[in-house]
Design a protein around this ligand. Structure first.
Ligand SMILES: [Zn+2]
Length: 276
């Protein structure tokens, strides 16, 4: 029996299969994502509470001696157990690992996949019909939106990845934001570069019903040295042409008109009330 298994037994730690099941349910409760365990103390404690772990179980550590460096490394057994459970879920395709998730969202989180989402609903006996009404992020939606837009910003067309080819600069923007209970699905998502994502979220521009760009009337009060990149004026450039956006090839996956109208009504900043 390994040192780790002996420690798990000695401290009567929960079984890994139980931890996996509770982890799936916790992911569902947290909208489909949790921080990686070393950085996410809250979720680590929340899960420990779910299992009513005693202080010894919470603080039990594995000690590894690095003889060469004459150093003793301690790893919390509970962290290790959580990691092993999440890693097993990832091997079964139920969650994405922080290394994979961070390539899409820039955050090191464990994220439910569609398969994991279905499994969590099954464990909790939630009917599949209710799936669409739950505000859950899933790895595939984030990935799919970027793919549908060919990894380009829908506004400026910028397409670039990191030098190691692992990470795209473009982001999946929610048209109706998370905070306003915007759904994490294709119809509420659009691929935007970081600058246009920001400008869209703060209301500098929005879209008309036929997917042309409309720019805030506040642009006329913008000081001349604001929003410039050399000779290029980032916000004013949007007004110079009746710009259409780059949309996916299939019309069936365009952003939904209701999401766009919501953004125009509640996020877009305009002195003149908007009329169609
Ligand atoms: Zn852009």
């Amino acid at each position: 029996m390994s040192y780790e298994s002996r420690m798990l037994e000695q401290l009567a730690m929960p079984r890994r299969a139980e931890v996996q099941s509770v982890l799936l349910r916790t992911l569902l409760k947290h909208g489909g994502v949790v921080k990686e365990f070393a950085a996410g103390e809250e979720v680590v404690d929340e899960l420990a509470d779910r299992f009513r772990l005693n202080p010894a179980q919470r603080t039990g550590a594995l000690e590894t001696v690095y003889r060469k460096e004459n150093r003793l490394k301690k790893t919390l057994l509970w962290h290790r157990l959580l990691f092993r459970a999440a890693d097993a879920l990832a091997t079964d395709g139920l969650v994405s690992r922080p290394t994979q998730t961070s390539r899409l969202t820039g955050k090191r989180e464990w994220m439910l996949t569609e398969k994991g989402f279905d499994e969590a609903l099954r464990i909790l006996q939630i009917p599949a019909a209710e799936k669409d009404s739950l505000p859950i992020k899933s790895y595939e939606v984030q990935k799919l939106v970027k793919k549908l837009y060919d990894f380009r910003c829908a506004v400026c067309g910028l397409k670039i990845n990191s030098p190691d080819n692992l990470c795209w600069q473009v982001e999946t923007a929610h048209i109706v934001p998370d905070a306003s209970f915007g759904r994490d699905d294709l119809f509420n998502g659009i691929a935007l570069c970081r600058f246009h994502h920001w400008a869209f979220d703060v209301g500098w521009f929005s879209f008309l019903d036929h997917y042309k760009i409309t720019v805030s009337s506040k642009v006329s009060h913008l000081p001349p040295d604001f929003g410039r990149w050399g000779d290029y004026e980032l916000i004013r450039a949007l007004t110079k042409q009746q710009m259409g956006i780059r949309l996916p090839r299939r019309r069936g996956v365009y952003p939904h008109i209701n999401s766009i109208r919501w953004h125009r009504q509640f996020i877009f900043v305009n002195d003149v009330p908007f009329t169609l």
